[in-house]
Design a binder for this molecule. Structure first.
Ligand SMILES: *Cc1c(COP(=O)(O)O)cnc(C)c1O
Length: 575
């Protein structure tokens, strides 16, 4: 094993469909990041929790009422057990932590190990054993305990594994910010945390990087300071207070992460600006998210790229030259990807989908701000458009967090609209959205719909997956779309800047674009539509990938001080 230089901490990581250790975009991004790190041979290691009961399995009844079941899985069957155990004091109890290793393999055989922390260890109390069961489950108390295990336990595990050359600890969102406490402890070598001097804090800061994904203050992960004192103990609580991470009797994980990081970034250029305004006391940069190209390309499109630009797998920037692929071949590859999608959706939902009909896709967490139902604001107009400008059909998917009642209501509203549209516009809602459905839906629809309430979408990545498959977006300007949008070239904008607080005007704009631009092009100038699909690949797939993103992290965050020629200390290939 070469010396590990970067440790990436994330509460959720989407490693594979059989491991329900993620809830949405944050985890998918983490998984894609590690897949690209392995491709590039970056000397990286990752830490997360095992989440034995998974996120959850979603069931939907005929009215769209969601119910949840545990998605228990067997770490023992899929992962390697790791030797050293470590302990973390929680409420004064010594909680034992073991770890499992999952190995992400890159295209050239290089590897990135992922350690999944697990408290289901004999000797721990029944309550402590369940601490690594549920992703985003339980109350504040449960979650703070989980964050202590991830942050403090993770740092201790890497030390126990002998990883002593780590230059950068990367916090993916504030959930892992307690790793700063773990590093401070290491630095103090047994001395009281409360006597840590400014130089000690600075030494920890020198080692940490923080990526924030939260575009509004209400999204901050935070806990009452009294709870922090109860869970973490007096010494840690005093240290957090001494370093000004608790203001107004609240431990704010974002502030903790900011306070202890030498480099801070948002996840799209616009989100970087918003974050800078939220945290004026810290310099905030931006590195725009991406997706792992090889993972998210439909087989038919991958075969097409292999024929014309075989370098694309190793170096995603070659996707730019998709601009030279004959239109007929793009159309044929997309026809195959669409067929691969429609059949399983028909089987899962019974919706009468027609391969000749313009198909809109909308798959993402059913969170209120994502506004899955904006397209149903005016059903009469939607039906009128379908009659006049050409037929359309829609595919939805997405889980609402078990405690998110507005999210669950939104799913019901989509079902209610589907019922009213029955016979004129087919609407399928695929249950139990996961990595596999994500790939099928972004791979095979004709148009990707994105209607978040601004500015809540820090980046968004599903539209990037669509672009990789030549699927243009119809999107409100938010997140990555500020950068990905070229009107009539990579898709279409909904509304404009001034419309942010007016859903009715946004819906009108959405309908105008469908009626006047999208549908006429799709049905009467189909070559122009395919040309737009092709420019979507060339302009957006070549940029919005995690390979480019990770190279930017290397240049700007991980190794800014290393000469260009050798900025990636490469890991050797596995034997
Ligand atoms: C890509 C993906 C997401 C993230 O999509 P957003 O558009 O960023 O919300 C969430 N869940 C799954 C399963 C995905 O594949």
């Amino acid at each position: 094993m070469p010396e590990v230089r970067i440790a990436y901490f994330s509460m959720e990581i989407a490693l594979q469909s059989a491991m329900p250790t993620y809830s949405g975009g944050l985890g998918v991004l983490a998984g894609d990041m590690l897949r690209s790190a392995a491709d590039l041979g970056l000397p990286m290691v990752a830490v997360t929790l095992v989440h034995r009961k998974g996120y959850f399995r979603q069931r939907l009844d005929a009215a769209g009422n969601q119910s949840e079941e545990d998605a228990a899985w067997q770490p023992e069957a899929l992962l390697e057990a790791v030797e050293p155990q470590v302990g973390v004091a929680i409420e004064g109890r010594a909680v034992r932590i073991r770890a499992w290793r999952y190995t992400v393999k890159g295209i050239a055989g290089r590897e990135v190990p992922v350690y999944l922390l697990d408290t289901a260890v004999a000797g721990n109390s029944v309550w402590d054993q369940a601490l690594t069961d549920h992703l985003y489950g339980g109350d504040d108390h449960y979650r703070l305990c989980q964050e202590a295990i991830l942050g403090i336990g993770g740092v201790r595990l890497l030390q126990a594994l002998g990883m002593n050359a780590i230059r950068s600890y990367h916090m993916n969102e504030g959930h892992s910010a307690l790793l700063a406490l773990g590093l401070l402890e290491q630095r103090m070598q047994g001395r009281e945390l409360t006597i840590a001097a400014a130089a000690d804090v600075e030494a920890v800061r020198e080692r940490c990087i923080f990526t924030t994904h939260t575009p509004v203050p209400a999204g901050h992960d935070q806990f009452p300071s009294a709870l922090a004192r109860q869970v973490l103990g007096d010494a840690a609580a005093d240290a957090l207070e001494a370093t000004h991470c608790c203001a107004n009797n609240v431990l704010n994980m974002t502030y903790l992460a900011l306070r202890f990081s030498r480099y801070v970034n948002g996840v799209a250029m616009h989100h970087g600006e918003l974050s800078q305004d939220m945290y004026p006391n810290y310099p905030v940069r931006a590195i725009t998210n991406g997706v792992h190209a090889v993972t998210w390309v439909a087989p038919a499109l991958a075969a097409l790229y292999d024929r014309h630009i075989p370098e694309w797998r190793r170096d995603n920037q070659y996707l730019r030259y998709a601009i030279g692929i004959p239109l007929a071949e793009i159309a044929e590859a997309h026809r195959l990807a669409k067929a691969e999608l429609l059949e399983p959706v028909r089987q899962a939902t019974g919706a009468p989908l027609d391969p000749r009909v313009l198909t809109l896709g909308f798959a993402r967490r059913a969170a209120g701000y994502k506004r899955a139902d904006l397209v149903f604001s005016n059903l009469e107009r939607l039906q009128w458009i379908a009659r006049r400008a050409g037929p359309l059909q829609m595919i939805f998917a997405g889980k609402a967090h078990p405690q998110d009642e507005p999210g669950k209501d939104m799913i019901r509203r989509v079902f209610a609209a589907a019922e009213k549209l029955r016979g004129t516009i087919a609407v399928a809602y695929v249950p139990d959205y996961d990595l596999r459905w994500g790939g099928l839906i972004t791979g095979g629809v004709d148009l990707w719909l994105n209607t978040p309430h601004r500015p809540y979408e820090a980046s968004g990545t599903s539209g990037m997956k669509a672009a990789l498959n030549g699927v243009p977006s119809l999107s409100v300007p938010d997140g990555w779309w500020y950068e990905g949008h070229f009107e009539g070239v990579t898709g279409w904008d909904i509304g404009h800047e001034e419309l942010s607080e007016d859903p009715e005007a946004e819906a009108d704009s959405l309908y105008d674009k469908l009626e006047l631009l999208v549908l006429p092009m799709f049905y009467t100038r189909h070559d122009a539509y395919v040309e737009l699909m092709r420019s979507t690949i060339a302009l957006n797939a070549s940029f919005f990938n995690t390979q480019r993103m990770l190279l930017q992290y290397a240049l700007n965050a991980y190794f800014p001080d290393v000469p260009r020629g050798q900025f990636i200390p490469a890991a050797p290939a596995a034997p």
